[in-house]
Design a protein around this ligand. Structure first.
Ligand code: C2O
Ligand code: CU
Length: 472
C-alpha cells in the first residue's frame, strides 16, 4: 500500500479522503443515542473535540450532537413515535429539523416559522409518529451553513416493519469540511465568493466522521448501504469499482431496484440513496469507491477490502431486495394546481429587473423574491395551496449552477426533466437541478402549515434561495 498523502488544506486536499486510518470508523462513532427518562432519546448540540483527519494532525473543534460527528444514528421502526429531548449547549440559538420525515409543522424545526428558536441552554422536546420507513437525517435549521458546516448533522433510520433480508445494514454519512492547516474548521462562513458560486466546498471529505482507508467486507455478502449526503454544498457521484450496486430507495422512498444512471450514484446535498450491494469479489481483493462528480478532482473515498474468509455463499442471491412502498397519499394529477418556481441569479447570471447583487447578497431569487435569513419568513408565503390539494410544481433553473431543491413536509414525485417523462417517477424530498434544467414534481399538500422550500446548498439558502409554501 502506498503511503497516505498528507492532509493538505486547499481544494486538492479533498484527496485527504483517501488518506490513512486503516480499518477505522466503519461504524459511526456513536454506537447509539442516550435514552432520557421518559423513553425519549436525549440529543444535545454543543462543542466537542474530535479526530477528523487522524494523527499526526491535531483534533478539530466541532459543533456536534452528543459529542460526535456525525451525530448518533437514531433508529426507530415504522409506526413508532419518536421522542427526542433536545438540549442546546451551543452559544447561539438553534433548532433540529427532521429532513424528509412527514411530521406536523410544529415539529418541523424551522425557527420562527414552526417554533421559536431554542436559545442557548434551552430545551425542546420533539415528538412525532414515523409514517415512512427509510433513510432520513437531522440537522439544525438556524444559521444553517455554519451550524451544519461545523458538524451538526446525523442520520435517522426508520426500519421497515418486516426485516429486510441483507447480511449487513450500513450507514455511510458523507460530510465535507473546510479545514485550515491546523485541521481547524475554517471560520470564513458566508463568503460571497462561495455563496454566489457552488457554495462552501470543503477540502476534506469524511465517511462517518473520519477518513476511512478501507471498509472490510466478506466475499458473497449482501449489504444494504445507506448513503447520506450531509454536506453543505458538495455533490457526490460515487462509483463502486468492480461492483454492480442496485439503487433500492431514494431519499428514503423505495424505487424499483435499478443500476444507477451512468453507473454513478449522484447525491446532492441533503439527498440519500439506499443501495443493495452484492460483494462479488474474491477473498483478498480490494476495490476503490471513487467520487468523480468533479472530473478533474476525482478522488478515492474509500476501498472495499475483502478479508481472506471463504465466501458467505457460493453465488450471490439473484433475488433483488424490493422494499415495501411507503403509505404516501395518492396524487390527483388531473385535479392538480400548477405552480412554477423560477431560479435566477448567481455568478455569471443575473437577478430580475430592479434587483442588484451586492456583496451582502442577495445572489439568488425564487420567482423574483430573495429573503435573507429565517426571520424574514414572517412575511407572505410564495405559494399558498389548499389542504389536500395535489400540487404540480415546475422548477426552472435559469442559472449556471447546481441546486438541490428541498421541500419540507411533503415527499414529491419527479414527473419530468426538461419536458421528458422521468423514467421511474421516483418519490424524493430533494431534487438536484443541473444548470439550466427544468424539472416538474407533484405532491399532495396533506398537512396544514407554513413549510419551507429551499436550496440545500446552505449558502444559497441563506443568500436568497428560500421560500414558504402555505397549506391552508
Ligand atoms: Cu434539510 Cu430545510 O432542510
Ligand atoms: Cu442552490
Amino acid at each position: 500500500m502506498t503511503a497516505p498523502p498528507p492532509f493538505r488544506p486547499g481544494r486538492r486536499a479533498v484527496l485527504a479522503a483517501a488518506a490513512g486510518l486503516a480499518g477505522a470508523a466503519l461504524l459511526p462513532r456513536a454506537a447509539g443515542a442516550v435514552a432520557a427518562a421518559d423513553g425519549a432519546v436525549a440529543l444535545t448540540a454543543g462543542p466537542a473535540r474530535v479526530s477528523l483527519v487522524g494523527p499526526p494532525h491535531p483534533q478539530t473543534t466541532v459543533w456536534a450532537y452528543n459529542g460526535t460527528v456525525p451525530g448518533p444514528v437514531l433508529r426507530w421502526r415504522q409506526g413508532d413515535t419518536a421522542r427526542i429531548a433536545f438540549t442546546n449547549a451551543l452559544a447561539e440559538e438553534t433548532t433540529v429539523h427532521w429532513h424528509g420525515l412527514r411530521v406536523p409543522v410544529a415539529m418541523d424545526g424551522v425557527p420562527h416559522l414552526s417554533q421559536p428558536p431554542v436559545p442557548p441552554g434551552g430545551r425542546f422536546t420533539y415528538a412525532f409518529t414515523l409514517k415512512d420507513a427509510g433513510t432520513f437525517w437531522y440537522h439544525p435549521h438556524a444559521n444553517s451553513a455554519q451550524q451544519v458546516g461545523r458538524g451538526l448533522a446525523g442520520v435517522l433510520v426508520v426500519k421497515e416493519r418486516e426485516p429486510v433480508p441483507v447480511d449487513r445494514d450500513l450507514v455511510w454519512a458523507l460530510s465535507d469540511w473546510r479545514l485550515t492547516r491546523e485541521a481547524a474548521v475554517d471560520d470564513g462562513f458566508g463568503h460571497p465568493m462561495d455563496a454566489s458560486h457552488a457554495g462552501r466546498l470543503g477540502n476534506t471529505v469524511t465517511l462517518n466522521g473520519a477518513i476511512v482507508d478501507a471498509v472490510p467486507v466478506r466475499a458473497g455478502e449482501r449489504l444494504r448501504l445507506r448513503l447520506a449526503n450531509l454536506a453543505g454544498a458538495r455533490v457526490f457521484a460515487l462509483e463502486f469499482r468492480g461492483h454492480a450496486p442496485q439503487v433500492i430507495a431514494l431519499d428514503g422512498h423505495p424505487v424499483p431496484p435499478h443500476a444507477p444512471d451512468g453507473d454513478r450514484v449522484v447525491l446532492g446535498p441533503g439527498q440519500r440513496a439506499d443501495l443493495m450491494l452484492d460483494l462479488t469479489g474474491a477473498p483478498g481483493e480490494r476495490f476503490d469507491v471513487v467520487d468523480s462528480f468533479h472530473p478533474r478532482q476525482t478522488y478515492r473515498l474509500t476501498s472495499l477490502v475483502y478479508g481472506s474468509d471463504a465466501p458467505v455463499r457460493r453465488s450471490p442471491s439473484d433475488t433483488p431486495v424490493v422494499l415495501p412502498a411507503n403509505p404516501l397519499p395518492p396524487l390527483d394529477l388531473a385535479g392538480a394546481v400548477r405552480h412554477d418556481v423560477v431560479i435566477e441569479g448567481g455568478a455569471m447570471g443575473r437577478l430580475p429587473d430592479g434587483m442588484a447583487m451586492t456583496p451582502a447578497g442577495p445572489f439568488w431569487t425564487l420567482n423574483g423574491t430573495a429573503p435573507m435569513g429565517h426571520a424574514a419568513h414572517a412575511g407572505p408565503p410564495l405559494i399558498t395551496v389548499k389542504r389536500g390539494q395535489t400540487v404540480r410544481m415546475g422548477f426552472v433553473n435559469d442559472t449556471a449552477w447546481w441546486h438541490p431543491m428541498h421541500l419540507h413536509g411533503f415527499p414529491f414525485r419527479i414527473l419530468t426533466r426538461n419536458g421528458a417523462p422521468s423514467p421511474r417517477e421516483e418519490w424524493r424530498d430533494t431534487v438536484l437541478l443541473a444548470p439550466r434544467e427544468a424539472v416538474e414534481i407533484a405532491f399532495v399538500a396533506e398537512e396544514p402549515g407554513d413549510w419551507m422550500l429551499h436550496c440545500h446548498v446552505l449558502d444559497h439558502q441563506e443568500f436568497g434561495m428560500m421560500a414558504v409554501l402555505r397549506v391552508a
